[in-house]
Design a protein around this ligand. Structure first.
Ligand code: G3H
Length: 192
């Protein structure tokens, strides 16, 4: 059976600073994850063919750099665009855009950042990615938290209102094996 693997990029410089969005490089911990990933993936995939999909952001390319498989970078896999809040911490957003902060809390799936996107927007832009995923064999996506939440919810049939709260931890590979109904799931966590 074919498998779909998801991993967030390794911890980034912005993750360390608590900032959202941006296009930062990996932190030293994130680099360790990138170094450990090839062995973990090889253990999970064996000799089966695999293609790696990344976003166009540096932190996903850097995480995928050591993986000895064909790679494809998708703009549609880039992180949810936080618009004017890009590069801010949640504390800064609450301070400078208190109303937005509250409306996002109210309806996180539909809230659209000023000049940016909502989770609903991301679900729409992921449609071509999902169609292609459905046609492919083994794919590993090195992605971003908001994006992987949408893909994970699609494959597990989770509700829209729960989707923005799904926990996709760092430094963990999630393996989904589609079945006639639903998906089996395994997780591989690296102690980094
Ligand atoms: O940087 C953005 C995060 O990946 C998504 O987090 O939608 O829970 O704010 P959030």
């Amino acid at each position: 059976p074919r498998n779909i693997f998801f991993s967030r990029h390794g911890e980034s410089q912005y993750n360390v600073e608590g900032k959202i969005g941006g296009d930062s490089y990996l932190s030293p911990q994130g680099e360790k994850y990138a170094e450990a990933l090839p062995k973990l993936v090889q253990d999970a995939v064996g000799d089966a063919p695999l293609t790696v999909w990344t976003s166009t952001l540096k932190r996903t390319a850097q995480t995928a750099a050591g993986l000895p498989y064909p790679k494809l970078a998708w703009k549609s896999l880039d992180e949810l665009d936080a618009g004017v809040c890009d590069a801010m911490t949640y504390e800064e957003i609450e301070k400078y855009y208190p109303e937005d902060y509250a409306s996002r809390d109210e309806d996180k799936f539909n809230y659209r950042y000023r000049g940016g996107e909502s989770y609903r927007d991301v679900v729409v832009r992921l449609e071509p990615v999902i169609m292609e995923l459905e046609r492919q064999e083994n794919i590993l996506i090195i992605g971003h938290q908001a994006i992987l939440r949408c893909l994970y919810a699609y494959f597990h049939g989770l509700a829209q209102e729960d989707l923005p709260y799904i926990k996709i931890p760092l430094h963990t590979v999630i393996q989904l094996t589609p079945k006639a109904y639903g998906c089996d799931e395994k997780r591989f966590q690296l102690p980094i």
